[in-house]
Design a protein around this ligand. Structure first.
Ligand code: SF4
Length: 202
């Protein structure tokens, strides 16, 4: 499936899609979409870091809330600030050929902000996140994405060691909630999906 075909599916679902030829163009689009005086928040995102979004937003004066750069004792506060921002930015763990966006969280700060409370959402999704269907999305998350995130974050989950999901249930589990966004929700104003013709994040 091409990104143009996927963009049509997303549009039919009520999202506002843009195709970006690379991460640089996607970063520029994000800066254009968010008015300078607005607040923005995000969860941890390798894609957004690759696009240099935290630095680009803060350097131009946008208040940007991200727990990634604060000590553990302040993370809860930053989750709340991000959840009350005017914009929330995220990638996706997977997007299906039907235009459903799937994310899995351990703390749910990201997925909750993506579905309720923040009026404007921007997803920045590299072409490597495109999967056939929901089963493929879950398989991607459990047996690929989570392993890499667990290693990156120094978690001691089974997947961090073996690379495969063992359906763990302990405190370190990173798969406590999975959301499937079929359409923008009623409380949201604009949900933009930047489809980037480049492999980004995992
Ligand atoms: S459920 Fe546990 S083992 Fe499976 S992918 Fe998630 S964190 Fe890893």
């Amino acid at each position: 499936m091409t990104l143009t075909e996927l963009a049509k599916k997303l549009k039919a679902r009520g999202f506002i899609p843009y195709i970006c030829k690379d991460g640089k163009e996607a970063a520029q689009k994000i800066l254009e979409l968010i008015p300078e005086g607005d607040t923005a928040g995000a969860g941890g995102s390798v894609t957004l870091n690759q696009l240099n979004i935290p630095a680009l937003l803060t350097q131009r004066g946008t208040t940007f809330y991200s727990h990634s750069t604060v000590p553990d004792e302040l993370k809860g506060q930053v989750y709340q600030l991000a959840a009350n921002a005017k914009w929330y930015l995220s990638s996706a763990n997977a997007i299906t050929e039907n235009g459903e966006i799937i994310n899995t969280d351990g703390s749910a700060n990201r997925v909750s902000s993506l579905i309720f409370g923040v009026p404007n959402i921007i997803y920045a999704i590299g072409k490597n996140k495109l999967v056939k269907d929901l089963d493929a999305a879950i398989d991607r998350i459990r047996n690929y994405t989570c392993h890499l995130n667990a290693v990156r974050l120094g978690k001691s989950t089974p997947c961090a060691i073996t690379g495969k999901c063992a359906n763990c249930t302990g405190k370190e589990c990173m798969c406590n909630v999975t959301t499937i966004v079929h359409h923008p929700t009623r409380c949201q104003e604009n949900v933009y999906v930047l489809l980037i013709d480049e492999n980004l994040g995992y």
